[in-house]
Design a protein around this ligand. Structure first.
Ligand code: SAM
Length: 200
């Protein structure tokens, strides 16, 4: 995941994100499923973030995130918690964060709607919820992108239905159902999409 980070989060991703959420600082950011935490590391320079929360089920991922985040934030400004979204109750304070981000998590959990509901609870008023994941609708683009990551075609086609579980519209609907105002989306590399919802 560390090796593929720059390919999965290219310049086009950051340009699209800033276009969708605006350039104002996002001081407190939570990532659901941060893995090694590299997106959270980048928020410090790109979104002027001062404090981050990372919730992930994997102890080894959190260990890596600790190593990377300690290079950019003091230890009291990053909080990493082992958390299984399929079973655990939300640990973040209600109305406490400016942005909740989940990158390539939604297709892995049992209940995507519940992830967005938990994001809404944690967000401050006017906070943003950002989902970035593979989306359905373009199997050929998915196979091409996975091929560029070294996966053979047969394996990529087997993964297509699972890893591209939702469409952009599905994710927008999860946001609407959770009380967010969908405020835009953008496809990245033809097979992943950023979808943004605003809390009133
Ligand atoms: C594909 S990785 C993406 C990591 C990171 N967001 C990125 O884009 O580089 C998905 C992450 O979600 C975590 N994850 C998967 N299912 C989870 C669950 N039920 N609860 C919490 N974390 C989960 C995994 O441990 C992994 O770190």
């Amino acid at each position: 995941m560390v090796q593929s980070y720059n390919k999965r989060y290219p310049e086009a991703f950051w340009n699209a994100l800033l276009e969708l959420i605006g350039a104002e600082p996002r001081e407190v950011v939570a990532e659901f499923g941060p893995g090694p935490g590299l997106f959270l590391v980048d928020t410090v320079s790109k979104l002027q973030t001062k404090k981050v929360y990372g919730l992930d089920e994997s102890e080894s991922m959190l260990k890596q995130a600790d190593e990377f985040l300690s290079c950019v934030l003091s230890s009291d400004n990053y909080i990493l918690t082992q958390h299984d979204f399929n079973t655990d109750a939300m640990v973040l304070e209600p109305n406490s964060v400016d942005m909740v981000f989940s990158g390539f998590l939604l297709h892995e959990v049992d209940n995507s709607q519940s992830i967005i509901l938990q994001a809404v609870q944690s967000l401050k008023p006017f906070g943003v919820c950002v989902v970035f994941d593979f989306v359905s609708g373009n199997e050929e683009a998915f196979v091409r992108v996975m091929g560029a990551h070294g996966m053979d075609e047969e394996k990529a086609r087997k993964r297509y239905p699972h890893m591209c579980k939702h469409s952009v519209d599905d994710i927008g609907e999860f946001m609407t159902n959770a009380g967010l105002k969908p405020s835009g989306s953008k496809k990245i590399r033809g097979t992943a999409a950023l979808v943004v919802g605003l809390k009133d």
